[in-house]
Design a protein around this ligand. Structure first.
Ligand code: GDP
Length: 218
């Protein structure tokens, strides 16, 4: 299991022109402000300093690109809080995040971070809608699961699964207790590695008729 030892911050983008060159593979992480997104990114990458980078004043409104490995990126999408659901910030958020979803060819999947105590907010629905518009797979982390008892964790996870259907991965997650961290990291690794395998699968000669093309995992 990769812990991405060479992870590094690349850029905070305020405009589409500042996005990192669109090659390789990247996974976006989205979530309403305070849902636990930075903490989840830290847990997934096992690096405490990354959250600080994306929590710099102003940077929470930008798209933060991190390099996990050459041409393999984690993209921290800005989230807005309840107070900013209307007005200029929401407009800017919408334009920037929509520009991201519309333009990124290297996008392989979206991790949507939701507080397990308040899942499926309108903000979460917006993010899920944008991901659906791009037809990329979605994996939901129900964060702060340590704040609920086991029964409530199972109930909420099942309810969100029912609501989103089988195509969307849904799992409880807690950076504090470690619950679900390995599972979530596995998802991230698989999305990032899936394309790598596909890129290497360019046939050198014609595939014999009738031979079965191995189905890609993703
Ligand atoms: P962000 O705004 O979505 O990036 O949220 P943060 O990662 O900054 O987390 C918001 C608050 O929730 C902070 O006070 C975190 O310490 C807390 N938090 C994040 N993840 C967890 C978790 O797994 N368990 C608990 N109990 N608190 C968490």
């Amino acid at each position: 299991m990769s812990a991405y030892p060479n992870v590094r911050f690349l850029i905070s983008a305020n405009r589409r022109e500042q996005f990192v060159t669109d090659i390789g593979a990247e996974v976006a992480v989205a979530g309403r402000s305070n849902a636990g997104k930075s903490t989840a990114i830290n847990a997934l990458t096992q690096r405490k300093s990354l959250a600080k980078t994306s929590k710099r004043p102003g940077a929470t409104r930008l798209i933060n690109f991190f390099e996990l490995e050459p041409d393999r990126r984690l993209v921290d999408l800005p989230g807005y809080g309840y107070a900013a659901v209307t007005g200029e910030m929401r407009r800017h958020w919408g334009q920037l995040v929509e520009a991201y979803f519309q333009s990124r060819r290297s996008l392989r999947g979206v991790i949507v971070v939701m507080d397990i105590r308040h899942p499926m907010t309108p903000h979460d629905q917006d993010m899920l809608g944008l991901a659906r518009g791009r037809d990329v797979p979605v994996h939901v982390l129900l964060t702060k699961a340590d704040k609920l008892g086991r029964g409530a964790v199972q109930q909420t996870t099942a309810a969100v699964r029912r609501e989103l259907g089988a195509a969307v991965g849904v799992q409880p997650f807690s950076a504090h207790s470690g619950l679900g961290v390995i599972e979530a990291r596995g998802r991230l690794d698989a999305w990032l590695a899936g394309r790598q395998r596909a890129e290497k699968r360019v046939p050198e000669k014609e595939t014999p008729a009738g031979s079965a093309e191995p189905a890609g995992e993703d």
